[in-house]
Design a protein around this ligand. Structure first.
Ligand SMILES: *Cc1c(COP(=O)(O)O)cnc(C)c1O
Length: 384
């Protein structure tokens, strides 16, 4: 069976050996815009491409405001600061996510709490979130939710749209509103993913995107803070540009800011990438359909988009019978020219997060044991 799978994947990507998990592609105006940056000398923090890229993302996602930053991780960090996460606070997130989600919480000197994901979305389970908050949360006179066990404020909730599949974000927001908990959506993997017709990352108080090299749209490295809140948007821009007060020559900074700006040269690549993102998405969704049809005949579960969602299928995934099968397939496929990988080691299994409060996480554990991500780059054949 493994051989069949590997051969099928090779047939989807005939030109590549080994077949990468997710390779970037540059087939539009990337070079032209980069040359423009160099010719005009606007390679750094001044230049037209940053604003243009922000506008592209605003229009595409429907978010009212967007602030481009140097990485998705930086975007998460700033988003949590803007959600007023403070040292000693706690932030609810999911154990099944990329480490940046939990790290950004740590950058605020706050502690993650890990609540299980659900099988259908791979994202934070609203019912388990509700159970957790009913059993552990208490609203105090300052109007905020505190953890009964630790006495700490639960300052935010960060669900991830895992592998590009939208989480049940409307439910999560409803629950969090009841407990006065701001929601920061980690939509790093979800550009092009929609839930009930609305773009992922635009439901919560703040959303973040990543443009790392392996994401559906890349700027080399980069990220974006998106929000519908004007005040948050202004502060996002200010904080990520060293909190410098506008002045033609004076250097005045009114708080500790960050050098998290996205350079013009990176934004230029992003502008070019957005120009044919529609085709990229179509191609990726076609690939997912081909995988779905193929795996149906093999008695292997292919991870499909959840109900009410249109997913970008950032990374396609299959579910193998057990951990041993998973490991055998990882070994076989990687040795035979097809890059595959397991999902992330769960956050609560990493040394720095081992002692964090964690609910029963049967589903996350099930994914860790069974899921393998398979190649998901844009297929070149039907693409020009
Ligand atoms: C990629 C990713 C990030 C971080 O983005 P970078 O741009 O690599 O810093 C955060 N969260 C998730 C879920 C990601 O996949």
């Amino acid at each position: 069976m493994f051989e069949k799978i590997v051969n099928f994947i090779k047939s989807l990507y005939p030109a590549e050996n080994p077949v990468p998990l997710h390779a970037p592609r540059f087939s539009g105006n990337e070079k032209k815009y980069l040359i423009d940056c160099i010719d005009t000398t606007y390679v750094s923090y001044v230049g037209q491409y940053v604003t243009r890229f922000e506008d592209e993302i605003r229009h595409y996602t429907g978010a009212k405001y967007a602030a481009a930053v140097s990485s998705g991780t930086a975007a998460l960090h700033v988003a949590l600061i803007l959600a007023e996460v403070s040292p000693g606070d706690e932030v609810i997130t999911q154990p099944l996510t990329f480490v940046a989600t939990a790290n950004a919480i740590s950058y605020c000197s706050a502690q993650p709490i890990f609540v299980d994901v659900e099988r259908s979305t791979l994202g934070l389970d609203p019912d388990k979130l509700n159970d957790f908050l009913i059993n552990n949360g208490i609203l105090k006179s300052d109007g905020r939710c505190y953890n009964k066990t630790t006495g700490r404020k639960i300052a935010a909730c960060v669900p991830t749209h895992t592998l590009g599949h939208p989480v049940r974000i409307d439910q999560i927001i409803q629950i969090c509103q009841r407990f006065q908990i701001p929601v920061v959506e980690d939509a790093a993997e979800a550009l092009g993913s929609f839930y009930k017709g609305q773009h992922a990352g635009t439901f919560g108080d703040i959303g973040i995107l990543s443009f790392n090299g392996n994401k559906p749209v890349t700027t080399g490295g980069g990220g974006m803070v998106i929000t519908n809140n004007e005040d948050i948007a202004k502060r996002a821009k200010h904080l990520t540009t060293t909190a410098k007060q506008p002045h033609p020559w004076e250097f005045n900074h009114d708080c500790v800011g960050y050098n998290y700006r996205l350079p013009n040269i990176n934004a230029a690549v992003g502008c070019a990438q957005m120009e044919d993102f529609y085709h990229v998405l179509e191609n990726k969704r076609q690939t997912a359909q081909m995988y779905r049809d193929f795996f149906k005949n093999l008695d292997v579960i292919f991870v499909s988009e959840p109900e009410n969602a249109k997913s970008n299928y950032w990374l396609n995934a299959i579910v193998l019978k057990d951990r041993q099968k998973r490991d055998q397939f990882l070994e076989f496929s990687n040795q035979n020219g097809v890059q595959v990988r397991p999902v992330w080691t769960l956050m609560n299994h990493l040394p720095m997060y081992r002692n964090c409060q964690t609910t029963v996480i049967d589903n996350a554990q099930w994914f860790e044991n069974h899921v393998v991500n398979i190649p998901s780059s844009v297929r070149k054949r039907d693409f020009n």
